[in-house]
Design a protein around this ligand. Structure first.
Ligand code: NAP
Length: 291
């Protein structure tokens, strides 16, 4: 927290429902303090029926910016004045910047995923990537990987294969890149993971309280893969444990979480975020929950 809140303190916020378990206030307030910036970040519970009023209110209150989480990432778009091209393609916004009353939306989930990959020296261009899942996060990740020229296969449950096809169609329209779509089953996983440089779990499989679940049988993991599990609760999922045991390199969801926050922080303050501190703060809070 800033040591003293004054009339000059800049206000940033998070809107969502539910918001009790968010890590964002802890990450951002620690970062503001570390850099001696006169800002504060507050969580605001906004029910679906209150979204339009809440966004009008945030504009009237001259907040510097805000994050947007479930269930508002898509529905907030018509309430904004402009969109970053990548957020427009993805069709979802998680960060809004208020420039003198003009609200512009961004998607730092996508950029945060990429930053976490690049931090590990992974360059997606030309690489074979298995993306498991076709929900909101998978949609953002598929777009950023396609923009970076990865060779993408999306695997999703059979009953929702339409979602995966929809993502593949969007990518083809935006980037003129074909993404393959397959049902998520062991035969298809075996075929796709053989030779895959990157395996991404963008489903909620493995998330607390179902920590015994995993999207990939351990026998299909190997030391040529980089395995990125975007689930961050628990910090070490079964997939990450089994990938490490197979000799694969791993990235956990906390890295993506810290980077999406760090990129929003930079947009609001103009300063590079202390991303290591933000990651440590998120980890500290998550480990507290795991106890
Ligand atoms: P979502 O839109 O609800 O999508 C969930 C995805 O998981 C869908 O593809 C769904 O498949 C799949 N799924 C759920 N249960 C499954 C099961 N039993 N078997 C196979 N597939 C299953 O959720 P989301 O917003 O994309 O989030 C997904 C996960 O990513 C969550 O754990 C979330 O916490 C995490 N996340 C992390 C970050 C980060 O910064 N690290 C950011 C965003 C999200 P169907 O399409 O078949 O339903």
């Amino acid at each position: 927290m800033p040591r003293e809140i004054s009339g000059k303190t800049g206000v940033c916020a998070l809107i969502g429902d539910p918001i009790e378990h968010t890590m964002s206030p802890v990450m951002h307030n620690a970062a503001f303090e570390e850099l001696g910036l006169d800002y504060i970040y507050v969580p605001l519970l906004v029910r679906p029926e209150g979204l339009a009023e809440a966004v009008r209110g945030l504009r009237a209150l001259h907040v510097r910016g805000f994050n947007v989480t479930i269930p508002h990432k898509v529905k907030v778009i018509p309430r904004l004045d402009g969109l970053d091209p990548m957020a427009e393609r993805i069709g979802a916004v998680n960060t809004v910047v208020n420039n003198g009353g003009e609200l512009r939306g961004y998607n730092t989930d996508a950029a945060g995923f990429l930053a976490a990959l690049e931090e590990q020296g992974f360059v997606p261009g030309g690489k074979k990537v298995a993306l498991i899942g076709a929900g909101g996060a998978a949609r953002a990740i598929a777009h950023i990987l396609a923009q970076k020229d990865a060779r993408l296969t999306i695997l999703n449950r059979r009953q929702e294969l339409d979602w995966a096809h929809e993502i593949a169609g969007l990518i083809e329209d935006s980037f003129k890149k074909k993404a393959d779509v397959l049902e998520l089953n062991n035969d298809n996983l075996k075929a796709v993971l053989d030779g895959a440089a990157l395996v991404v779990n963008a489903t909620s499989l493995g998330m607390t309280p179902h920590t015994d679940a995993t999207p990939v049988p351990a026998a299909l993991l190997n030391d040529a893969q980089l395995v990125f599990d975007i689930v961050y609760n628990p910090v070490e999922t079964r997939l990450l444990r089994e990938a490490a045991a197979a000799g694969a390199r791993t990235i956990g969801g906390v890295d993506m979480l810290a980077w999406q926050g760090a990129l929003a922080f930079k947009m609001w303050t103009g300063r590079d975020a202390p991303v290591d501190l933000m990651r440590r703060e998120a980890l500290r809070m998550l480990k507290g929950h795991e106890k």
